[in-house]
Design a protein. Structure first.
Length: 222
């Protein structure tokens, strides 16, 4: 494990997060109670509040800490839909890419030594369908994003492909959460946002590129 210092830094930051119970400040209840003050701060110092928000969200995503859903809601509650969506989306994508890099540069060598043959097969599939495969995983909100970040870091997918596919795949879900944040008063639980019907719609949307690709290949062979 050559690049051990990022792991030490992550463990330290994660430990501080839980030691000071910072998760208590990133909750639906605390967002509701502090929304008016946050909106006033944004109107008074827009760039500072935007920068602080982005930094916090990036750290949460990079450290795989709980609170990403609440942070997307906060973007809508504080900034509104049209500003909140790109800010939340870019912050989440940057944080995910940092987590991806940590997995790649801290853990990949160790896993390569032990499971090199199996990882080579996965890498071959990623080289063929990497962007599309990652886009599909991001689009369906069933798989925890932090697991996707770590697993993709162990493959040969390029960082640029990871970032772009992640951003495209997370766009719809992020926009839904940000829009829900604009109606914060009507929310009681985070589970109110993603209904089974909505998840099913995401699944159908994720399946469409694969079906289209299969159809094109069939036409070419025909």
């Amino acid at each position: 494990m050559k690049h051990w210092w990022p792991l030490v830094l992550l463990v330290l930051l994660g430990g501080l997060f839980f030691a000071f119970d910072l998760g208590g400040f990133i909750s639906l209840e605390s967002l509701k109670s502090g929304r008016d003050e946050l909106q006033q701060a944004y109107r008074a110092r827009p760039l500072q509040v935007l920068g602080s928000y982005a930094l916090v969200y990036i750290l949460i995503a990079a450290l795989s800490l709980p609170g990403a859903g609440v942070m997307s809601l906060a973007a809508g509650a504080i900034f509104g839909l049209w500003v909140g969506t790109p800010v939340a989306l870019i912050s989440a994508s940057v944080g995910a890419t940092l987590a991806f890099w940590v997995a790649r540069y801290v853990f990949r060598d160790v896993i390569q030594e032990r499971f090199g043959d199996r990882l080579a097969a996965v890498d071959a599939g990623i080289k063929r369908d990497g962007g599309l495969y990652l886009f599909t995983l991001r689009l369906v909100p069933v798989f925890p994003f932090f697991i996707i970040n770590l697993l993709m870091g162990l493959t040969a997918i390029r960082s640029g492909t990871f970032f772009i596919a992640s951003m495209l795949g997370m766009f719809a879900g992020t926009a839904i959460y940000v829009n829900a944040g604009t109606q914060l008063a009507s929310l009681t639980h985070l589970s109110d946002i993603l209904s089974p019907a909505l998840i099913g719609s995401f699944a159908l949307l994720a399946a469409f590129p694969w079906v289209a690709r299969w159809g094109v290949n069939r036409l070419r062979k025909g």
